[in-house]
Design a protein around this ligand. Structure first.
Ligand SMILES: C[C@@H](O)[C@H](NC(=O)OP(=O)(O)OC[C@H]1O[C@@H](n2cnc3c(N)ncnc32)[C@H](O)[C@@H]1O)C(=O)O
Ligand SMILES: Nc1ncnc2c1ncn2[C@@H]1O[C@H](COP(=O)(O)OP(=O)(O)OP(=O)(O)O)[C@@H](O)[C@H]1O
Ligand SMILES: [Fe+2]
Length: 532
């Protein structure tokens, strides 16, 4: 069989043909033919109108080249339905419908972000990886769970490539900026920049403003580029490690154009090796936008009967990866391990659990620059000690802190509970988490990482642990983010009906003690389209 794939969400006008045997497992070595015509802006960043003009001009020829290479009949036409720039998507949608009509074959509507993930799963042969998408307009972590790709974490503002591109625009370099940052970084030295991770979500806006300011104030551009890479990629690597830790997965794949960066791949390789996880990054032509990934996912969807009628095939510029039902696979990624082990490797620390006491050591992370590593381990050890105690004074059950050794980044805590919430979620327990978070927020404390792994269950009490990402804030936005982190961790690990019941209870617990404004901001946070 032959699937023709068409990609055109932004800069890449691309078409591909993928041949496969529908009666055999997909062959990871069978190479799609790919033809791409890239849009290169004359100045500044991507202009949506110019990008669409380029798309309109370039698409017919790349499709022609793919049809020539097909060397036989096409069985289906797959195209990127979104997310992406509306004007580009509409051109590609129209071309795909016309072609499917002319060839009289079915149409397959592909989610571009899922395609970035599936091409890695396909190439690696992994069963159930967590996927880090590091692309221009997006940055997020996906894990397959309960019939969908769940968004375990994502950028709260711009995509990672766009963030780098904005910095290079500021210093007058041409688009795309990512490769230029990488080249300049080779001669740079480290300077401190803001590092923002909230649970498995993260933000680049403060970091990029600080980088621009540093440059404007005379810091050598090589140093800023070096530090931008060190900081941005350490954030992505950290959240990827958190996602592995939360879901119990031991495979990671990378997708997206920023994945072409050697330093990012090096950090992910180191992180995975240190926790005995397998890592796979596709070759560059499958990382950046390309129709090969659309054709390969198109083949899987087609084989599963996932075609779309012309009248239902409208494009969607905000097509989120968790909006697509995944009908072409039936295994499961999330394996919550309910066994209480005496030594646990969390995402950040090694925790040794004794009869009454627990020792938590934040060991150095080899993937991070030593200066950044030192700073994070110290700041988080101090924050955890302080906020764990402060929370308890406000009536939230937390472990008593027995000892703090800041230079060794080590805490000794009372042992609390006998299970993590992830292993035994109920509405009543989720409700208690809602009450506890509202109590913290009322005292201007943000937990920073309230996932189901950071809630411990005692006989009749629900404890919050792991305040290392916590800080003081009275802002509604920060309080809503805390709730968002909890809800994301429930959605990413519990089956839908259990998650629905738990989150209803969580929100009613929150509402009983906290202001309505936080829950309504939570709806805004969830609804924000992040394609910008
Ligand atoms: C929706 C779709 O249109 C969008 N596609 C996209 O952003 O193109 P992609 O090919 O995945 O990524 C392009 C980005 O990748 C960055 N990039 C390319 N090479 C890089 C490198 N060596 N280091 C860092 N960034 C790099 C570029 O600067 C640019 O921002 C997306 O996937 O988000
Ligand atoms: N005080 C405690 N009492 C009992 N168990 C604990 C305690 N502190 C930690 N644990 C156990 O160790 C695990 C990891 O601890 P913690 O979350 O503090 O580390 P971490 O490295 O920050 O992990 P992650 O970032 O993955 O949540 C917890 O999920 C819990 O099972
Ligand atoms: Fe992309």
């Amino acid at each position: 069989m032959r699937i023709l794939g068409i990609e055109g969400t932004a800069w890449a006008a691309s078409a591909a043909v993928y041949r496969f045997d529908p009666d055999a497992p997909l062959d990871a070595d069978a190479d799609p033919f790919i033809e791409t015509d890239a849009y290169q802006p004359e100045s500044g960043g991507l202009h949506p109108r110019e990008a669409a003009e380029h798309m309109g001009e370039a698409i017919p020829a790349v499709i022609e080249a793919a049809l020539d290479a097909a060397d036989g009949p096409i069985d289906a036409v797959a195209f990127s339905r979104g997310p992406g720039l509306g004007p580009c998507l509409r051109i590609v949608g129209t071309a795909a419908r016309a072609l499917a009509g002319t060839l009289d074959v079915p149409l397959v509507g592909v989610n571009h972000m899922i395609a970035h993930l599936e091409i890695g799963r396909h190439g690696s042969g992994f069963d159930s990886p967590v996927c880090l998408n590091a692309s221009g307009a997006n940055a997020h972590l996906l894990g397959y769970h309960d019939g969908r790709y769940r968004v375990l974490g994502e950028t709260m503002d711009t995509g990672v490539g766009n963030a780098l591109d904005k910095f290079t625009r500021h210093v007058g370099w041409s688009h795309p900026g990512g490769p230029k940052v990488e080249a300049a970084a080779a001669d740079g030295e480290y300077v401190d920049l803001p590092y923002v991770v909230k649970g498995m979500d993260f933000s680049f806006s403060g970091l990029m403003s600080a980088a621009k300011d540093a440059y404007d104030e005379g810091a050598p551009v090589e140093d800023v580029c070096f530090s931008l890479q060190e900081t941005t990629f350490a954030m992505l690597t950290e959240v990827a490690e958190r996602a592995l830790s939360l879901t119990g997965a031991d495979e990671l794949v990378l997708g997206g154009g920023v994945g072409q960066n050697d330093r990012l791949r090096e950090m992910l390789t180191t992180m995975c090796a240190d926790r005995d996880a397998a890592f796979y990054a596709p070759e560059p032509r499958f990382l950046r936008d390309n129709a090969g990934m659309i054709a390969v996912l198109g083949a899987k969807m087609y084989a599963a009967g996932e075609t779309v009628a012309i009248e239902d095939s409208a494009v969607d510029p905000n097509f989120r990866p968790d909006a697509a039902a995944v009908t072409w696979r039936d295994d499961e990624s999330v394996v919550i391990d309910p066994v209480e082990r005496p030594e646990r490797q969390g995402a950040e620390a090694v925790v040794t659990v004794g009869d009454d006491r627990v020792t938590k050591r934040r060991l150095p992370k080899a993937y991070r620059h030593p200066a950044l590593d030192e700073r994070l381990r110290r700041e988080r050890t101090v924050a955890e000690a302080r906020l764990t105690s402060e929370a308890r004074r406000h009536g939230v059950p937390t472990p008593v802190v027995r000892d703090v050794d800041v230079p060794a980044a080590t805490l000794t805590l009372d042992r609390v509970g006998d299970r993590d919430l992830g292993a035994a979620l109920t509405p009543a327990r989720a409700r208690a988490v809602g009450e506890h978070l509202a109590t913290l927020h009322d005292a201007d404390i943000v937990h920073g990482d309230p996932t189901v792994r950071n809630v411990r269950l005692g006989d009749d009490r629900v404890f919050l642990i792991d305040f290392g990402l916590g800080y003081h804030s009275g802002h509604v936005e920060d309080h809503a983010m805390d709730c968002h982190v909890f809800e994301g961790s429930v959605r990413g690990t519990a089956v839908e009906t259990d998650a629905d019941a738990a989150l209803t209870a969580f929100e009613s617990g929150y509402a009983a003690r906290g202001p309505e404004a936080v829950l309504s901001r939570l709806r805004d946070v969830e609804g924000r389209g992040r394609y910008q």
